[in-house]
Ligand binder design. Sequence first.
Ligand code: AP5
Length: 216
Amino acid sequence: MTTNIILLGPPGAGKGTQARKLEEGRGLMQLSTGDMLRAARTSGTEMGQRVAEVMDRGELVTDEIVIGLIREKLAEGGNGFIFDGFPRTLAQADALGALLDETGMTLDSVIEMRVDDEALVRRITGRFTCGNCGEVYHDDTKPTAKPGICDVCGSDDLKRRADDNEDSLKTRLLEYYKKTSPLIGYYYAKDKLAPVDGLAEIDEVARQISAVLDGK
Ligand code: AP5
């Protein structure tokens, strides 16, 4: 049986961090529309250029583009998916429901990661990521063991994101509250919503998510 879950939360809530843990622990596939769009922006195409400008401002890319990206990945099949950063609008949520129906899959849970805005600013401004394997770090809460070297793959390609600055973050938060937070009510009404304390330590958040998935 496959498991399909959504990680729902504002920028910096810890969606990517927890998605990677779930991939390792449960063999699910992380589908991060943010990562897919970051790959598209380096493609050198006109679409990639448009995507880069929108992302750097902190605004949402069009529903059409992200739904197309998810449709392609779902068609590849798998053991189950962790939707990270998707859906982000009601139109995307409706489209995901239709895509899952078409492929005979069901949505098991929507994990709502609750974090306050102050913590988000600290998390985003301290974040860096391995350009080789994608591991996510933080200057204070999750530094690398050896400065400048990824713990997981040993690469020295550690990067900060272009949209992790205060101006873009303000726009990203506004976009979240205007367009994405209505999904909390949407999935509550569908009896799929499971809140977890995103302010807890990384391993404790993972434990709470596991408890939801294991029905405890
Ligand atoms: P995206 O890449 O999805 O970014 P986001 O939603 O802003 O989320 P983040 O990646 O910033 O945060 P996260 O929740 O994954 O946190 P993380 O685990 O890294 O989207 C980027 C852009 O792409 C959007 O602005 C938009 O333009 C576009 N886009 C993407 N999807 C789209 C869609 N569906 N529709 C339209 N446009 C779309 O953690 C953050 C930091 O905190 C890290 O340093 C981590 O180490 C640390 N941390 C994590 N958990 C904890 C914890 N429990 N305690 C302490 N520190 C922690």
